[in-house]
Design a protein around this ligand. Structure first.
Ligand SMILES: [Zn+2]
Length: 501
């Protein structure tokens, strides 16, 4: 059946070509670079007026181009089943994009793995793979790592967040042969993907409760990382030494580069992952009160705005991305990039110029005001976002949904220290704005509730204008910028509704 499916898709693509249906292009250069080429992309241009009357000698040429997209020459070394699987995945992914059903990498990758369950293992051969995992910062760190590695040549990546095995397989199938691969991996799938891709480097960022109906037991994830990284002599782990759960998971690896990346959120690591006793945190680090688990000696640290390595290199952390957490993400990404041969200075220069990551941190036109889009999905992420907001009394819009992609249980709102928003007006929005409003009420934060996202931003604009009239606004700017923090699905809705203005 899968082979028939692949054949049917190939026929369908040829028919679509004959009907002169042109490919849909990705909206931005970033997205295009991160996406997987469609069999329709970059086909030779048709002559004006050719239509169905295209001379016959042109047809084989275009079919050959489609065939080259479906079965690139560098797949010649792959087993036949993997070639068919990857070709079918590329076709299905291309059709998905053509039909406007998303990036196509997930559905295409699923088809690839359905046809050949071992495809990921074969597709990863020849690539120097870096896996990036953790609760928060995966996409940003992978983006920074891709930027750093791009100073050495082409890079394979799954930047659009397709971080399960299907997305990883699609990224590897689409990437240039032999290029290093910077791949984001869901924290619960690290062992599966590591077993198949045999990574040279694994970057571990942090662990905290995320979606309460999915990744809520973080000590179990830490133990799973431990078993994923044990008995893997060819893999170097680049790990955040300031998160006890990361340290316990990483310490089983044969070689670890410990990075002092910081972890302000400590509520999920108060119990020792090794013995269950209490972890004590202080300014110097952390240590278990009973066993020998403690913060390891650092190999790379952030000191006075610089990333400093005990190997003798140091570079300035002059990032376009805001916030403490992005300095941490950059330090970890840079350490991995250097491990793969990148020059620290050049890699940092490429990372420093990254201004947005798949819409995050982007400032967009929202009508009478500009809106800066920030993504935050869990209490640990929220603590980092507070660090990025314009200072009080600037208003802020907070958008919360509780769909499957967000986690169906929004009770995590009660773990977020919304008290830190004191001194500013908050506009609560999204499908669960009522839950948020109750939380803000008990945090004694001034707030209004406006369910529609765009109307909420407009409402915050009125507050900003009022501040301006009182002389306490945003430095005399006529057009205020409103910080909008959203969890996953309202963030995507905002990107969709505001992205094309
Ligand atoms: Zn202990």
């Amino acid at each position: 059946m899968p082979a028939r499916l692949a054949l049917a898709l190939a026929i369908l693509e040829t028919l679509l070509w004959a009907r002169r249906i042109r490919p849909l292009r990705q909206p931005s250069a970033t997205a295009a670079a991160a996406s997987h080429p469609s069999p329709f992309d970059a086909l030779p241009p048709r002559r004006a007026g050719a239509g169905r009357a295209t001379p016959d000698h042109k047809v084989p040429f275009r079919i050959a181009a489609i065939r080259q997209r479906l079965f690139p020459p560098h797949w010649g070394a792959l087993p036949a089943r993997t070639r068919v699987a990857a070709g079918a995945g590329a076709a299905i992914g291309g059709l998905s994009r053509l039909l406007g059903r998303g990036g196509g990498s997930v559905v295409g990758g699923r088809a690839t793995l359905a046809i050949d369950p071992h495809a990921l293992r074969h597709l990863a051969l020849g690539h120097a793979v870096v896996l990036v995992s953790g609760t928060n910062g995966k996409t940003t760190t992978t983006s920074l790592l891709r930027a750093g590695l791009s100073t050495t040549g082409p890079v394979v990546t799954n930047l659009l967040g397709a971080n399960l095995p299907a997305g990883v397989a699609a990224a590897l199938a689409a990437g240039p042969p032999g290029a290093p691969a910077a791949l984001e991996v869901d924290e619960a799938w690290l062992k599966t993907v590591a077993d198949d891709t045999a990574p040279e480097v694994v970057v571990l960022l942090n662990l905290s409760r995320d979606q309460l109906d999915r990744n809520n037991e973080v000590r179990r994830l830490s133990s799973a990382w431990r078993s994923a990284l044990a008995d893997r002599p060819g893999t170097t782990v680049v790990a955040n030494a300031d998160d006890p759960l990361v340290v316990w998971g990483a310490a089983a690896a044969a070689e670890v580069v410990w990075v002092g990346a910081g972890q302000p959120w400590t509520a999920d690591a108060s119990g020792c992952p090794k013995c269950g006793s209490r972890i004590a945190f202080d300014a110097a680090g952390w240590a278990c009160s009973s066993c020998d688990l403690c913060r390891p000696a650092l190999d790379v640290n952030i000191e006075d705005g610089q990333v400093v390595s005990i190997d003798g290199w140091s570079v300035s952390l002059d990032m376009a991305l805001p916030g403490r957490c992005n300095q941490a993400n950059a330090a970890l990404a840079l350490t991995a990039a250097v491990r793969l041969g990148a020059d620290p200075g050049r890699a940092m220069g490429a990372m420093a110029s990254t201004e947005e990551v798949v819409g995050r941190y982007r400032t967009v036109d929202a009508g009478a005001v500009d809106a800066r889009l920030l993504l935050s999905k869990n209490p640990a992420g929220w603590l980092e976002v507070f660090d990025m907001l314009a200072p009080p009394p600037a208003p802020v819009v907070v958008a919360i949904n509780a769909r499957i992609a967000d986690g169906m249980d929004p009770s995590w709102l009660w773990d977020v220290p919304f008290e830190l928003l004191a001194g500013r007006q908050v506009v609560a929005t999204g499908e669960r704005s009522a839950d948020l409003a109750v939380r803000l009420h008990y945090a004694e934060i001034e707030h209004t509730r406006v369910p529609d996202l765009i109307v909420a931003i407009r409402e915050a604009g009125h507050y900003a204008a009022g501040l301006e009239q009182q002389g306490s606004g945003a430095h005399g700017r006529r057009r205020p910028t409103i910080d909008v923090v959203a969890n996953y699905t309202p963030f995507q809705e905002l990107r969709s509704r505001l992205g094309r203005r």
